[in-house]
Design a protein around this ligand. Structure first.
Ligand SMILES: [Mg+2]
Length: 233
């Protein structure tokens, strides 16, 4: 078996993992309420309450991740809003150092995002991630969000992979749980997905956690380790 076949495929989430979630927080928690209030001539508090209710209703569904859905639902062009602040899109610490190292070591990397296709395109236009990935998938293409086991089943049909020889790095616990139900066991999360929020305590997270992305490298060697336990390391 060649080296390429034995190395695990490293699957990465985008927002909050490779990219700083501060951009998305800025858009959805600050700029959208402001623009919503301005568009509908209501108070900012009214917009915050209205949007919060929508967020609670749709969290972790495909609609939640669709700028087209939000544009129709709240009467604000949310894709345009993201383009208006695109200069705030930034990689997380260690992003390119890690991707360069993985490339040099011959790892196959996949980018799996719940961002819709338009959102993925926007991020790739502003942060040069594309050259590092052999597969880049929006859950919009799959028809299920990554929280659902169906996402992983359909992904595997489109791009065959062995769940026992793949690793997922993702900042969202329900996504990791979805992948785990499908059969992935090498699961890593992120302590501080957004630079504008405090880091989570690794001891309180359900999965081994890293912060700077280069912390992933020691976890890959040996690649078949069963006890990934950075929590207590
Ligand atoms: Mg994420």
């Amino acid at each position: 078996m060649s080296d390429l076949e034995t190395k695990p495929i490293i699957m990465f989430d985008m927002d909050g993992t490779l990219l700083d979630l501060a951009f998305d927080n800025l858009i959805w928690n600050h700029k959208l309420p402001e623009r919503h209030a301005h568009t509908h001539q209501c108070s900012l508090q009214h917009s915050l309450d209205t949007l919060h209710a929508f967020y609670q209703q749709h969290k972790h569904t495909l609609s939640w991740y669709s700028s087209r859905y939000w544009t129709a639902k709240v009467g604000v062009d949310t894709l345009q809003l993201q383009y208006d602040f695109k200069d705030q899109i930034r990689p997380r610490a260690g992003c390119f150092e890690l991707l360069e190292a993985l490339k040099a070591q011959g790892y196959r990397c996949w980018l799996l995002t719940n961002a819709d296709c338009a959102g993925l395109k926007l991020k790739l236009e502003n942060v040069d991630l594309a050259p590092y990935f052999e597969v880049m998938i929006s859950s919009e293409e799959i028809g299920y969000s990554k929280e659902c086991i169906e996402f992983w089943q359909i992904l595997q049909r489109k791009h065959p992979f062995d769940p026992n020889n793949a690793m997922l790095v993702d900042d969202t616990a329900p996504v990791l749980q979805g992948a785990e139900r499908f059969g992935l066991s090498k699961l890593i999360t992120i302590t501080q997905p957004s630079s504008d929020q405090v880091a989570r305590n690794p001891l309180e997270l359900d999965y081994p956690a890293i912060n700077d992305l280069t912390e992933l490298l020691p976890l890959l060697n040996p690649v078949h380790t069963k006890e990934l336990n950075v929590k207590t390391a």
